[in-house]
Ligand binder design. Structure first.
Ligand code: ADP
Length: 273
């Protein structure tokens, strides 16, 4: 919906002349609505694990009807899962708030190979049996460097890798790579997982947007991962592109145009210019 506001400021001396003021309130309303939605979502997302936790602790503390040892262990494990989910949610919320605070990224020249290695290491740690993790870094890019904020770029890749692992059932493959394409250096994470129906693609980077809420929850998702990736991309002048086919897999790519990247003859752990 669009909302326009018309104001007429008449001159006191000559009321037939004055100032006509037309204001487009659509954008302001859209931002206000988004903020309301976000607050409602955060309260819901925090309340759900808290309710499960409190209920679980009350049951464990119940003296009159003590639980069987197996039930007890299962309930303790469930409480732990929910507490960890809250911790991840709070961490992601803080990260988003920091990215939106307006503080500029700490730009420096960083090694693309080191970024990819770190992401691959995480994928190896997270991957269940039957999931293969591979790295695709062509030789000419072995000494490539990106001008970016190392912590932010590492977070973005971590989020993409954790998604790839969580949405790819075994047997499957997750590949992390870099490619030079025209003017751009592309960092990409590809998987052979469940894929994403096309109609969802434009909304994936919205905060708390999920294709399948139950699946995201079951895999420990917070619904904020891609919103964070999108922010990091924007702060680096990069573009996030997503392609996917249901049942075949997905590819998330970050395109960094020149002069954001370069290939050097310097050893890749030499970070300063
Ligand atoms: P979540 O914590 O729910 O994974 P994200 O913001 O990281 O939140 O991702 C948003 C949604 O995008 C996910 O809930 C999931 O539906 C979809 N998604 C993200 N990455 C993938 C992927 N690699 N394969 C399939 N679906 C994905």
């Amino acid at each position: 919906t669009f909302e326009w506001r018309l104001y007429w400021f008449a001159h006191t001396d000559t009321p037939e002349s004055g100032l006509l003021w037309i204001e487009d309130a659509t954008e302001r309303q859209r931002v206000a609505a988004m903020r309301r939605d976000f607050v409602a979502n955060v309260s819901h997302e925090l309340r759900t694990p808290l309710t499960v936790l409190i209920g679980g602790l009350e049951t464990l503390a119940e003296r009159d009807f003590p639980l069987e040892p197996a039930q007890r262990s299962e309930l303790i494990a469930q409480c732990e899962r929910e507490a960890k989910r809250m911790l991840r949610l709070v961490r992601d919320l803080l990260q988003l708030a920091e990215l939106e605070s307006g503080a500029p990224p700490a730009f420096e020249w960083i090694s693309v190979a080191a970024l990819i290695d770190e992401a691959a290491e995480l994928a190896w740690t997270l991957a269940p049996e039957g999931l293969t993790v591979t790295v695709a870094l062509p030789e000419p890019l072995a000494t490539a460097q990106l001008h970016g904020d190392e912590a932010e770029l590492a977070t973005a890749l971590r989020n993409l890798v954790s998604n790839a692992v969580r949405y790819t059932p075994a047997p499957g493959r997750v590949t992390i790579g870099a490619t030079a394409q025209g003017d751009a250096l592309v960092l990409w994470v590809e998987d052979t997982g469940i894929g994403i129906p096309e109609e969802h693609l434009p909304r994936l980077t919205e905060r708390f947007y999920r294709v399948d809420r139950a699946r995201s929850r079951a895999s420990g998702g917070t619904g904020l991962g891609l919103a964070i990736v999108q922010h990091v991309a924007e702060r680096h002048g990069a573009r996030l592109a997503i392609t996917s086919e249901v049942g075949k897999g997905s590819c998330f790519r970050l395109d960094f145009p020149r002069p954001r990247w370069r290939v050097t003859t310097v050893a890749h752990n030499e970070r300063n210019e």
